[in-house]
Design a protein. Structure first.
Length: 649
């Protein structure tokens, strides 16, 4: 049976999680597909080009076209639903920069959103400093969330004086008095928002962002007191925006409908007691279908963007009409939904770890232990669909017996090595049989997992996919090439950190989520590249430097129909060097270099190292300091341990 791209699609579900931005072409390559008349570009072509520039794996590829599309689609969808619903307010979305604060990302979002007056949101002082400088559109909003000290508030009011539409969202009751005092002192009339603590709880991992025990927001009594304080200070008219945020990755549309109903009523009642609110801010939470299952599961969503927008617009319209209040402008703070798709991490496989393939000579020797002979007799038998279970049970029993014998000192190392080698030879035969078995017995499923080769990939989960480690986030994993070829192995992925947690063992597969991913057998002199997708939201910027693996080389790509290759690289940002990551931990690389030179000179003086070598060694140390923190690419040759065994034979 030949393996087609349809089989690859069923295996990796690219169409389902990629929102149409990625696809598999006839040649079996993963391509970016921008849907606007531009050519599909195989990711491997981009990698070939950056390699010709001497830029190594692993790297992040940022697709600016995807980022721009996402901004455009969100704004256009709101505009068209608002028109169709004859809703009387406008849409003023903002991008919360905490989701990905990279300057290039923020600039691209602002540029793509300028004709829609799309704004920015900040949640801390450094983010506020950034949005003040980068949001130059006087018509778009700058929304300020997070806990605020007087320095934060003062910066915000300076922003107001610069003519920007800054909304200070009160997150905590004590902020009300601070704002009033500072506004008087600086003689500024700020635009204020109020974040409501909603009774509805989000679902999934961020459920605690909302509900009575939430960290942020004012309760109804606090809101009413805040309104009174503002009224006393003659600042009630400053209150312009009603805000809630019930959490990120809201996978069930029901939660969104409930939030709009609760928030809509709150907005309307506040207007009815004389608050001249102009904006209704429904926060973030628009989800991403990471696993492509279109369900209410944690890594998915059971609704479309259209449905989300319609629920907000029509829901709010109905409540406002019933309550007899004007339709407010609508604000949302989608971050994940804007950025997740635009970047991916590409890593090269540096080898596989598969101890079941270990080779040791097993020739019969005179006087060998009966356990060895028995295991050898088993390997000589043909294993078929009819007897594989029996063979498995017998081999397993012999293995256990031999372990006991070894513990009692009856078996030597040589005999134990023979038994293990023979045992795995039998198991490998059974594994081949299993690929034709539909209903695999439980015991043997465990065997399959135990025998799954680990693909050692040149990256760090902690740096490049923090949520995968921290909260079991599912991220799509797909080889960039050979998708027209049946993957021979079911494997897992491990990273190069010295931490057994540095691995990926949850994958999207043909039946949902599983612990193994189909991957190809490595080939000599050919790199095997794997992409980790949907890393543009949070993952890009949250990574840590476990083992001092630093930031990745970053490639900014634009698709371009005029260009013969269909794309061009706009910018390359080199990843961290070893000396950079060391300096963040208070080391002084120059001093280290000097120390090593001194040590070498001393050994040279004592005649222990030749002067010529001493010079080379110190240069080498120096070079390593300025190099990339990840594994260097040794002639693109992944190391297959089997090949080494082959040479042994
Ligand atoms: C984190 C956050 C967002 C972004 O949420 P997404 O789920 O990424 O869209 C929006 N608003 C506030 C207040 C946040 O804290």
């Amino acid at each position: 049976m030949t393996w087609t791209r349809e089989d690859a699609e069923k295996t990796y579900h690219v169409k389902k999680w990629s929102d149409g931005f990625f696809d598999i072409n006839e040649e079996g390559n993963l391509v970016i597909h921008t849907n606007n008349g531009k050519k599909d570009v195989p990711l491997i072509n981009i990698i070939d080009e950056i390699r010709s520039m001497n830029i190594n794996m692993p790297c992040v590829i940022r697709f600016h076209d995807i980022l721009r599309s996402k901004v455009k689609i969100l704004n256009r969808t709101f505009r068209s639903v608002i028109d169709e619903a004859e809703y009387e307010g406008r849409f003023f979305g903002v991008y919360p920069i905490k989701v990905n604060q990279m300057r290039e990302v923020v600039e691209e979002v602002i540029d793509a959103g300028s004709k829609y007056d799309y704004g920015l949101e900040a949640g801390s002082k450094p983010e506020l400093l950034a949005v003040l400088a980068y949001n130059k559109n006087p018509n778009s909003l700058t929304i300020l969330n997070g806990y605020k000290d007087s320095e934060y508030l003062k910066l915000a009011m300076i922003g107001t004086q610069l003519g920007k539409k800054i909304v200070i969202v009160l997150e905590k009751f004590s902020e009300v008095a601070k704002v009033i005092e500072l506004a008087k002192e600086m003689n500024v009339k700020p635009m204020l928002g109020i974040r409501s603590k909603m009774s509805i709880e989000g679902i999934g991992r961020w459920a605690h962002s909302s509900g009575e025990k939430a960290k942020f927001g004012l309760t109804i009594p606090e809101i009413l007191n805040a309104v009174e304080l503002l009224e006393e200070a003659d600042m009630k008219d400053c209150l312009k925006l009603f805000h809630f945020h019930i959490g990120s990755q809201i996978s069930d549309i029901k939660t969104i409908k409930d939030a709009i109903n609760e928030g809509g009523r709150m907005y309307a009642k506040l207007v009815n007691i004389g608050c001249k609110l102009e904006y209704f801010d429904a926060g973030g939470g628009l989800a991403i279908d990471y696993d492509g299952s279109r369900s209410a599961g944690d890594s998915s969503m059971n609704y479309s963007l259209e449905e989300y927008v319609e629920d907000i617009v029509y829901g709010l319209k109905q409540i406002c009409n019933l309550e007899g209040v004007p339709h407010p402008n609508i604000v949302t703070e989608s971050g994940r939904a804007i950025t997740a798709h635009h970047s991916c991490v590409i890593t090269n496989v540096v080898g596989t770890i598969d101890s079941t393939k270990a080779y040791y000579p097993t020739k019969k020797t005179t006087g060998e232990h009966i356990l060895v002979s028995n295991m050898r007799a088993l390997t000589d038998e043909a294993i078929t669909l009819d007897n594989y279970q029996v063979a498995f049970n017998e081999a397993d029993q012999l293995k256990e017996d031999s372990l006991n014998a070894f513990r009692l000192g009856i078996l030597g190392l040589d005999e134990k090595a023979k038994i293990e080698t023979l045992y795995w030879q039998i198991m490998n035969k059974i594994k081949v049989i299993l690929s034709d078995v539909e209903d695999i017995p439980e015991d043997l499923k465990v065997l399959q997992e135990k025998m799954a080769p680990q693909y050692l990939c040149n990256f760090s989960v902690f740096q490049s996919a923090a949520d995968l480690w921290a909260i079991d986030q599912i991220l799509p994993v797909v080889p960039l090439t050979r998708l027209n070829e049946k993957p021979q192995n079911l494997g897992t992925i491990v990273d190069i950190t010295c931490d057994s947690d540095g691995k990926i063992d949850q994958f999207i597969n043909a039946d949902g989520i599983g612990s193994l991913v189909p991957l190809h057998e490595l080939r000599d002199n050919e790199d095997y590249l794997i992409g980790l997708f949907l890393t543009g939201a949070y993952q890009d910027v949250m990574g840590d430097m476990h083992n001092l693996f630093g930031r990745l080389n970053e490639i900014h790509v634009f698709c371009d129909p005029e260009d013969p290759s269909g794309f061009y690289i706009e910018e390359v940002i080199r990843g961290s060097s070893c000396s950079h990551v060391l300096s963040t931990m208070q080391y002084n690389p120059e001093y280290m270099d000097l120390k090593i030179k001194r040590m070498i000179n001393q050994r040279v003086a004592h005649g222990k190292i030749a002067p010529r070598d001493g010079f080379k060694y110190s240069n080498f140390y120096d070079d390593c300091l300025s190099n990339y923190t990840y594994l260097a690419n040794e002639n693109h040759k992944p190391q297959k341990e089997q090949d080494i065994y082959q040479n042994l034979q």
